[in-house]
Design a binder for this molecule. Structure first.
Ligand code: SF4
Length: 757
């Protein structure tokens, strides 16, 4: 058989939240990815990929430090292989001792998946419950929790926006050309740019590829987004460009918001943001005149100063102009999970972390307080951590402090594919198959009006000796004595009869809140073995499909699944069979309104509005003479991804991850592209080669994300969090200021490549 005749295996790219469908052809060795192409049958991406998907072989088969057996740290501090029974027994015993001595609440769970793998993490609530754990977090709590909280306060739900159909697209701290965030991003951007009836507005200190395509680039001074976005909202009110009839019909709280915005000195704010006022006014007028506006705020502002306040004012802009619940505007997605859903307690109320008292948003402890929750003698401190598909030693702020915290734990268990920076510190490391060796899926399904789900089938067999995450969770739950054969037997009997019989046996158990937490493992052990093609790991989706059928009856009916409860079964069967991904809901635009928990949207969030009003009295941000540059630590570029991409050879360009610096700053420092500089922040310093570019503002430098990983003892590039501090975080929700790190840059003269300090 020639390669061209070989089978194409449907799967997905795992390098950003879009999870574009791909098809993979294996090489003659049966393991290498010989060819990768976009999957035209995928219902969201429809054959689209960016350049990154084509290098997925480096994830699967590259130099990654792949784990092949469970490891235990021995008495001499090195790892030794152990069998699974020993590892599970010892971990469970240790967790039980910690629970019995200090309370299960001292066991902290972190992770549960990244950009491409959420299925295993869906089983973690069972393990947490089995050992009495209560607190958890993930990378979302260093990115999106500010927006989640603001959305909960204003709308009661999270929103996304319809860029495919909008007349005007607004990107705030977002470069979709590299970071994507919605299907077929590069194609959609080019379509908008080419269409004379449509416009793009970009708020970004960098002249990104997206900004190059935009009609309006508001090249804001780093750290002043709040002044600029507030000026934009103020122009809408002061020039009476708001949609009064729509506001009257749908919004509460217009008067107090308008009063604050009327008092905004627009000229002064534009000057602080260093964006020409006429350009700001033109952009705002374009928004006001458009039939539809879609807005996306992302990490450029969400990991920056005033991030929660910017989220609030950004939402004022599209709500004041009536851009919700219609084609081309903001919408409330359907989905199989509740990612991002928050109760929206007023600030100061709601759940808090046990030591620092930080607000828990969407169930997640802020990442920047995790080290503080451990490095203390507080009796409620976290003493054990289970880290699953995540790498906090590298990806959370102030890595030195995070490493110290992880080392100080009584027990650290890491579940992962490779020997990560976090796994290196663990007491036990449990190896799992890669994302192409097992059933996988993400719950990042936010499309509209047609939403999708993609259960990816294995492309390859996993090497012997590995267990999937659901199997690990099931074994831990059983070792804790939380579930066993007596619980499984009646459900297995029912599952052998029919799904309907299974449902009748399963649903009464869910009246018990404890059983509800254990449900993923219960499903895995009982319904799982009845699923075709060894798809036990997908069992948890049976419950998710039924919940979706109840939550989105119209969308599911429009998608051809009929009415609940039959719709839930049909959807689950479609998920199991749909190797290329399936459509789950087809919504009317009105569905967004129906999904809101209250009839009217709240414009006024008093505690946030007070701070917007108080902005007039805040001095304009000034650079620190000791650290005159602003470092954006973690820029997405053409060859950066999350830290699961460990093989540095996957980067075809910018292999060492250079520091981007403006032409004027480079001239002042006397450096050229490729020259080495010392980059110093309050947290540390690094030597890095510069890339001189006229896309950066004077005083602004950027490092890429995903660099500084150590594979087989070799590290490439600068790990951004060696340069950040945990105390630099948002006042409201604790998200880090990674995109605003005060820094100093000093020339070290010509050197061809990055060197360690
Ligand atoms: S990195 Fe590119 S190919 Fe991969 S999911 Fe994102 S947009 Fe798609």
């Amino acid at each position: 058989m020639t390669l061209d005749e070989a089978q194409w295996h449907p799967s997905a790219c795992i390098l950003c939240e879009c999870n574009c469908g791909v098809e993979i052809q294996l090489g003659e060795d049966g393991r290498s990815f010989a060819k990768i192409r976009g999957d035209k049958q995928h219902p969201a991406s429809k054959g689209y990929t960016c350049n990154k998907a084509l290098r997925l072989n480096q994830y699967q088969n590259g130099e990654t430090g792949r784990l092949t057996t469970p490891l235990r740290r021995g008495a001499d501090g090195t790892f030794e292989p152990v069998d699974w029974d020993t590892a599970i027994h010892e971990i469970a015993t240790s967790l039980q001792q910690i629970r019995d001595t200090h309370s299960g609440e001292s066991i902290f769970y972190y992770g549960g998946g990244g950009q491409g793998n959420h299925l295993g993490g869906a089983y973690s609530p069972a393990t947490m419950h089995a050992f009495g754990a209560r607190y958890r977090s993930s990378a979302l709590a260093q990115e999106k929790t500010g927006e989640f909280w603001v959305s909960a306060r204003m709308l009661g739900m999270i929103t996304r926006a319809d860029f495919e159909h909008c007349e005007v697209a607004v990107f705030i701290g977002k470069n979709p050309y590299q970071s994507h965030g919605f299907p077929r991003a590069r194609s959609v951007l080019k379509e908008i740019a080419k269409d004379p009836q449509r416009s793009m507005i970009v708020v970004d200190p960098v002249r990104t590829q997206t900004a190059e395509l935009a009609e309006y680039h508001l090249q804001v001074r780093p750290g002043t987004d709040l002044w600029l976005v507030t000026a934009m909202a103020a122009i809408l009110v002061q020039e009476d460009l708001v949609d009064h009839p729509w506001i009257e019909e749908h919004l509460n709280g217009y008067q107090p918001v308008a009063e604050v915005l009327r008092a905004v000195p627009v000229t002064e704010y534009c000057a602080i943001a260093d964006v020409p006022e006429p350009l700001v006014r033109q952009a705002v007028e374009r928004i006001a005149k458009a039939a539809s506006v879609a807005v996306f705020e992302d990490l450029g502002v969400q990991m920056n100063r005033d991030s929660t306040l910017v989220s609030y004012v950004e939402k004022l802009v599209w709500l004041l102009t009536g851009n919700f619940g219609k084609p081309g505007a903001a919408y409330v997605p359907s989905g199989l999970s509740a990612i991002g859903r928050d109760r929206g307690y007023p600030f100061g109320e709601g759940p808090r972390s046990p030591v620092v008292g930080a607000p828990i948003i969407s169930g997640l402890v802020p990442c920047n307080v995790v080290a503080d929750e451990i490095l203390t003698d507080h009796p409620a401190r976290y003493r054990a951590m289970i880290v699953e598909s995540a790498n906090p030693a590298h990806s959370l702020a102030q890595s030195t402090r995070m490493r110290e915290a992880l080392r100080s734990l009584d027990l650290l268990v890491v579940i992962d594919v490779a020997m990560t920076e976090t796994a290196l510190l663990a007491d036990y490391v449990l190896p799992v198959p890669t994302q192409f060796e097992k059933y996988e899926a993400t719950f990042f399904t936010f499309d509209f009006p047609q939403n999708i789900f993609h259960l990816r089938h294995p492309v390859l067999e996993a090497p012997a000796g590995l267990l999937t995450e659901p199997e690990i969770h099931a074994r831990l739950v059983e070792a804790a004595g939380a579930l066993g054969e007596a619980d499984y037997a009646p459900l297995r009997e029912a599952a052998a009869v029919s799904r309907e019989a299974f449902a009748q046996a399963f649903l009464p158990l869910m009246a018990d809140p404890g059983m509800r937490r254990l449900a993923p493992v219960l499903l895995y052990r009982t319904l799982g073995p009845t699923l075709p093609d060894d798809a036990s790991s997908a069992a948890v989706l049976w419950a998710a499909a039924h919940q979706a059928a109840m939550a989105n009856p119209d969308g599911m009916r429009n998608a051809g699944y009929g009415q609940a409860p039959a719709a839930g079964e049909l959807l689950f069967d479609a998920i199991l069979a749909g190797e290329h991904g399936i459509v789950t809901t087809v919504d009317d635009y009105d569905a967004s309104w129906q999904r809101l928990p209250r009839e009217r949207i709240l414009l006024e969030v008093p505690e946030l509005l007070r701070q917007v009003a108080a902005l007039r009295d805040r001095p304009a941000p000034q650079p620190d003479p000791q650290f005159p540059f602003v470092l954006s630590a973690g820029e997405r570029r053409a060859f950066t991804a999350n830290t699961i991409m460990r093989d540095p050879s996957w980067r075809l360009r910018d292999a060492e991850g250079r520091l981007r610096i403006s032409t004027a700053d480079a001239e002042s420092l006397g450096v050229s592209s490729g020259d080495l500089v010392r980059l110093t922040t309050r947290a540390g310093n690094a030597h890095v080669a510069v890339d001189v570019t006229d896309t950066m503002r004077v005083g602004h430098v950027s490092l890429p994300n995903g660099l500084g990983l150590t594979v087989d003892g070799q590290s490439t590039g600068v790990a951004p969090n060696e340069l950040t501090l945990t105390e630099d975080r948002d006042e409201w929700v604790g998200t880090p200021w990674h995109k605003h790190v005060p820094a100093r840059v000093e020339s070290l003269g010509p050197t061809p490549a990055w060197l360690p300090d």
